[in-house]
Write a protein that binds this ligand. Sequence first.
Ligand code: F6R
Length: 609
Amino acid sequence: MCGIVAYLGGRRCEPILIEGLKRLEYRGYDSAGLAVLSPKGLRIERAVGRVANLEDKLERLGGLDGALGMAHTRWATHGGVTEANAHPHRDDRSGICLVHNGIIENYAALRTYLEEKGHKFHSETDTEVLAMLVGELYEGDLEHAVQAALREVTGAYAICVICEKEPGVLVCARKGSPLIVGVGSGEYVVASDPSAIVAHTTQAVTLDDYNVVKITREGFRSSTIHDVDVTPKVMQLELDLEQIELGSYSHFMQKEIFEQPKALRNTLRGRVDLDEGKVVLGGLSNFGKDLVRARRVLLTGQGTALHAAMIGRYLMEDVGKVPATAEYASEFRYRNPLIEEGTVVVAVSQSGETADTLAALTEAKDRGALALGVVNVVGSTISRETDAGVYLRVGPEIGVASTKAFTGQVMVLTLISMFLGRRRSLSGERGQMLIEELQKLPDKIERVLEQDRTIRRVTERYIERNNWLFLGRGYNYPVAMEGALKLKEISYIHAEGMPAAEMKHGPIALIDQGMPAVFVANKGPQYEKVMSNIAEVRARGGHVIAVATEGDEHIKTVAQDVLYVPDCPDCLSPILTVVPLQLMAYHAAVLRGHDVDKPRNLAKSVTVE
Ligand code: F6R
């Protein structure tokens, strides 16, 4: 969603801010803007659409001078996509200028209060309200004005604020929305995402909720919104430029699909003990006893992460030997859930910032559950709010469509289920077998990736079709859901994913001549049943594209197109069967001429409920 980058130092900040905005583009946005405090005063420029539009505008204006500034990409929440609603926003009295991620929940009441005081608003945003409030409370000290304003605010925010009257000061603060201060030599780059910082420094200070940081060329001070000093938490950003650059790939989604073998080797590294047939998860070691006593595992997430959680549910029962459920975080939170003693909630999230997942986690914790996180972004809010967890270690995911995070999530959930299972009734022998098979998966994914051209050719055959079905059973029912989600989000083709058996309870009515039906039909316990479902589709004129197990010749007699994956135990198969579906979605979007990494209306991390 929205992105922030700000700079204070000795260099001209405009190119640094624009480069930072480009690195944040992947998060999804609809307008962009920047403010620079130049020797001639405060300059603000904004543009609807891509960062390139803002860049063009700045070029036409001859560029902005100044070594203090901040920039923003906006994903509309309050108010339409217009230049007036784009950030930065300024107040009308004190020369205050502000960029903001998050939502100010009490903005309407604050706006009424400020209008009564005579302030005139030019946008429909909650952010302008906050800028006005800081201006209203300004008495010659920006840091104190920001603290005072934030004491009046409910909601979530990451903000950067500058003031014309204090040309060497940058103030930032956060609550519930990420913000990091990159500390370079004699300069600072503040951003909502490390990818906008690492080109300049890997030393960073993280902010906790309600922290305010005042930055000058001489140094910085961390405090709370109540002006109590805070000891800054310094961290090293584990990110290098190569990881966030495209290299020889055309899109980040493509790069990340192809990175999966390497990423999963990383996920596994040091976490398995083949001799003992068991899993070693440092992040869970202090909670071994609680996990042995666990009576129920409740997995939650949204979108792709929920699909991984659904596979996790099967794994927890089959391998972990504990009753499990999986559900949308957004639904869990509001249904007044009953949490019995011994419930473990597992929040699955790539970004670790998804508002719905965070809210569900908080709800479950408040009701006494032990909270575990399966998260990719180190230090993210969910990773901090959970009692314990296991990181994915798949590296930064920039493509909006989640791919390597999905396989990483399934891999980590497999490890957690084995961690639980070996403390219950999973035998050492089955543990060893699963570890051996897990270790073979990265090489097997490479074999699937080698079929990229075939997958493109098959996709091309159906590219004109506007309605697709994705069907699977057991472990591969969530994979069918994931295949459908991938296709719709980047190629804008309507697709439905469901359990194959569900089709005849209604959706079968959709099948007409030539409708593509993608079946995950690997050799698992339900193979014969899937064959019957394929026959039902064929009998009605549908075209079957099957993801099948290498060596299955029979499938060629029933499906029009077959994409093969290597054989593996059924419980591990989603890590292989999803890969052809990811590639199909990728090729469909490219063939239809869409911007794969910036799909319309989507944001990489959804920080509003
Ligand atoms: C789909 C996709 C989304 C996310 C969902 C949860 O490709 O990326 O469905 O999976 O928004 O995001 P995280 O995993 O960051 O919590």
